[in-house]
Ligand binder design. Sequence first.
Ligand code: SF4
Length: 411
Amino acid sequence: MMIENIVCTGCSLLCNDVDVEVQASSIKRTRGACSHGDSRLKGFQQNRLRRPLIDGTPTDIDKAIEATTERLKSAKAPLIYGGECSSNRTIELALKLAERLEAYYDAPPSICRVVIPIQEELEIKSFSLDEVLDEADFIIYWGVSAADTHLRHASRYAVMPRGSVVKMGRESRIVATIDARESMTMKISQHKILIDPCFDTRIAKAIADLVDGYSPSLDDVTARQIAILVSDLKRASFVALFLGSNILRCNYCGETVRGILESVRRLSARYKCSVHPMAENVNSYGQAKIMWKTLKTCSPYSFKEKKSAEPLHVLVARQAIDFVLAINSDVLTQIPLEASRSLRMKLACTTELRSITQENSVIAMPIKILGVEAGGVVTRTDGVNVDLKPFITNDEVPSEEEVLSRLLASI
Ligand code: SF4
C-alpha cells in the first residue's frame, strides 16, 4: 500500500512530502526522500530491540518500568538525559521527572542550545523556512554543510526553489558558505570563505563594518573575498543565515555565536534578516527550546541545586552521578571512553534501536518508532511545530510518551 505525504523524521527538516510503500509493517520503498530519509524509513525494523531487558534477560514493560522506578528512587544523584530524538511531550515529561527526582538533566551538545538563548536576548528574528523559500535572496551557510547533513535544505527551501518574491529561484539567490574547512555546500555557493577556526566573530564583524562603510582589518585575501561578498549583499533585501554545529568545535562557541549575532543585529537595520540554527537531530530544536522556556538555561541543569550544573563529562569524571535514565539518546557516546566505563550498568534507557547505551544498560525499554509507529509533536529546525502521525501499527511496544508518563506517575 502506498501512503502519501508522510513526514520524514530522517532529520530536523521534517519534509512532509514523502511517500512510502508499506508491506507487512515494513517500508519497502520511499518516494521523495533523500538518502538519509530513505535509510531511516526503510531501515526502521532493523537493529531493533524487541523486548524489554533487565540485566540482559527479556521481561515485560511493567517489570521494566517498575525496576527503573526503584533504581531512580534509590539513586542519590540521578541524571535524566536526552530529548533530541523524542517528542516535545516526552521532553516535558522528562523535565518533570527530573524535577520530581531532584535530578540532573542534560542532552547532547547542539548548536540550538547555543543560538536560541542569545537570539532571544538580542531579539533577532527567525522567519519560517517557507518565508525563506518565498523571499530570501541572500543565503549564508555558516559552520554547516547542508549538502551533507540536511540534504534537501537547498533544493526544497533555501537555494533552488522559486518563491513568490524570489521568482527565479536559484538564479535570483546568492549563496555564501563560511566554514573552517572545504565542504560540499561550497560547490553550490558563489562565495566560499575558508576561515581559521574560531575566527568567525571577526569575519562577521568585517561584513557588518563593510556594509556600514568602515574598512575591516583583515589579511588581503580574506578582505578581498569579504569585499566581493558585501558587494553582492548590498543588492539583497532578505538575508537568511543558517548556523551549524561546526561552530561548536570552538571552545568559546557561545562568544562566537554572540559575535556573529551582534553583527546580524547591525545588518538588521538595512535588511530583513532571519537566523536559524541547523538542528542536528530530529528534535534538537524542540529540546533546546523547551529547556530554555522551562529553565531559562540550555546548560546542564541540577534540579537539586536549582541552577546550571557542570558539563556532563565533568560530572561523570568526578562520579557525581550514580544512575542515568537515557531518553532514546546514546549518552555513552557523548563522554570520553574512560569516563563512560564508570556509568556502565548504572543505566536505564528507552530506545528505538539497539545502541551502545542500550547494550550497557541494566534496564532497556524498547519504544515505538517516532513518526512511523508513534505520533507526537516535534519542532522543525526553524521553530515550527510539526504534528507527526503514525502510519504503521505496532502493539508490541509502548510509545516513549507512555513510558515517561508511567514513570512520572510512579515516582
Ligand atoms: S532532508 Fe531530512 S526530512 Fe527531508 S527527506 Fe531528507 S532526511 Fe528526510
